[in-house]
Write a protein that binds this ligand. Sequence first.
Ligand code: TLP
Length: 341
Amino acid sequence: MKWIDLRSDTVTRPTPAMRKAMAEAEVGDDVYGEDPTVNRLESLAAEMVGTEAAVFAASGTQSNLMGLLAHCQRGDEYIVGQQAHTYRYEGGGAAVLGSIQPQPLDFEKDGSLDLDKVAAVIKPKDFHFARTRLLCLENTQSGKVLPLDYLERAVAFARDRGLGLHLDGARLFNAAVRLGVAPSKISCGFDTVSICLSKGLGAPVGSLLCGRRKLVDRARRWRKLLGGGMRQAGILAAAGIYALEHHVARLAEDHRNAARLAQGLAGIDGLAVDTGTVQTNMVFVSLDPQRDEALQSFLKERGVLVSGRGTYRLVTHLDVSQEDVDTAAQAFRDFFSSAGV
Ligand code: TLP
């Protein structure tokens, strides 16, 4: 059975052309800095993101953690969104491994952090307090693209307050495609930027921490400590190079499919669809949580996979076609019509 898997864009599988690039990759020992394909990927990523350097990591979680550890010492603090991946979904890694204290704040509706609220939680320089060191943003945030003028203000704010600035850019390329700008236009003011190759870009594994050379050097040391020195990683890096060269522009197709899915789901009685927030490849819908189980098993019988409780994040990607989106929307409609009840 062909599944229409809307749970995440992490589920994509490498295409035949990507697998070919992986099979043919020239490799060496990356811990010695001798894997030519990893080196090429790191230069390419740094160039595209507009930073001095980049280091290849096993996952977005590892890359974000390397970034936080590069910026902050024991007893330092980072300001971060309450729902941000770097706070909520990374096992508390910064606190567990770095003794770094998070200061979470609610995201605004547009996915930004209100800079006045950020200013209000910066701790005074006094030994009672953790040292506020870093501001972390996320772009896209739940599929929403941070406005460029906001980013400009955030960069100026961080400079003014002497804070480092980290971007969880797991889906930076979705934001760039949506805005029609080079990714570096979004990321250039940040000190560190984590990008993921294994989301919409379709690589099986891999992220990069891009940033100022000094911070990337520190992060490379942390990567080793975290067990992330990967030896002949060129096989994975080749997939990443392929993804960056061939799968960025096509993200527009995922965005069109998400908009089409939202349209297809709008107006179903019993399902609330937030069509206004569909900017990239994510659609959020909600329903009476009591119907979760019935809905999920009904959809599964139709070959459609979703996850969530009460609220569902439906994600389009490389392995979801326009036809798949229509099939999924029809399956939802059937469930909520008398046939599905
Ligand atoms: N997020 C996953 C889940 O963990 C929620 C997903 O399915 O979206 N930053 C952001 C903004 C992310 O969404 C994710 C993955 C990561 C970082 C971590 O990437 P990985 O999974 O490679 O560690």
